[in-house]
Ligand binder design. Structure first.
Ligand code: FER
Length: 254
């Protein structure tokens, strides 16, 4: 495992790169695909479901790159100051970094929740660099919610956004998060990605409505939707079903 920071302007993005299982030093120099994993809002790279999914990806001969996004984990910035725009800029930099790694054949992109939304946006922006996309419970209602004035349990006037929003657990989120989220129209980026997409969604997810997973599956040209029965936002009930769906999907691509 290699742990390091990717620099984007003045921002440090914490990253962990892990090679596939069973790649001993004598096989150093062999090439393989790389899967990038992005966590969600208030999350970080060490969350249990993300670790389990990355482990199963490495079992099928694919390296993984886990990252902490701006204002989260060990990366630069405070939670309050994070926005989807900063995540987009850093996400592009992460993909540029990954493309330059000398062992990489193909790149796959996975993201959970807000990270799933980011993954969808990045795939539309860099369709030629990403061989496949796996949004996990993608929170792509966030821009609509920002336009409606309701984010993470904070209610506000979407035409007069306050500088601070008090969200779940009394946490403070900057108003710029909402202001800039209103700029985003995920459908535009969905239409620009033509590669294979597998959307995974728990039907008991209380944070991300199932209807958005269904809508994404309908809009993507080349997609499948895997519904995990009754499962929660973090796949607490049937993580094994998530990992095996990811393994099967990626094995077919290789
Ligand atoms: C919201 C619902 C879900 C929201 C964010 C999320 C900012 C994201 C959850 C996650 O990334 O896990 O209203 O507002």
């Amino acid at each position: 495992m290699k742990e390091f920071f990717i620099t984007n302007d003045y921002r440090q993005i914490h990253a962990k790169l892990e090679m596939p299982e069973g790649s001993p030093p004598e096989r150093a120099g062999e090439k393989c695909p790389l899967a990038i994993m992005i966590h969600g809002f208030t999350g970080h790279m060490e969350e249990k479901h993300l670790i389990a999914i990355c482990e199963s990806i490495r079992k099928v001969g694919i390296a993984t790159l886990r990252v902490d996004m701006f204002g989260h984990g060990k990366s630069s910035g405070s939670f309050k100051e994070h926005t989807l725009l900063k995540w987009i800029e850093d996400g592009l930099e992460i993909i540029h970094f990954a493309k330059k790694l000398d062992f990489v054949t193909d790149l796959y992109l996975l993201g959970h929740s807000q990270g799933g939304l980011l993954a969808m946006l990045l795939a539309g922006m860099m369709p030629d660099d990403l061989k496949a996309l796996i949004p996990l419970a993608p929170a792509w209602m966030i821009p609509d919610a920002a336009r409606a004035g309701n984010l993470a349990a904070a209610e506000f006037d979407p035409d007069h956004i306050p500088d601070e929003l008090v969200i779940w657990g009394g946490k403070i989120l900057g108003g710029d998060y909402a202001r800039t989220a209103q700029l985003i129209h995920p459908e535009d980026m969905i239409a620009k990605y033509h590669g294979p997409v597998m959307i995974i969604q728990g039907s008991g997810d209380a944070l991300v409505p199932m209807a958005y997973a269904e809508k994404a599956a309908e809009l993507y040209e080349n997609s499948e939707l895997v519904v995990i029965p009754d499962d929660t936002h973090g796949f607490d009930l049937h993580l094994d079903q998530v990992t095996s769906a990811v393994e099967d999907f990626l094995m077919e691509l290789k």
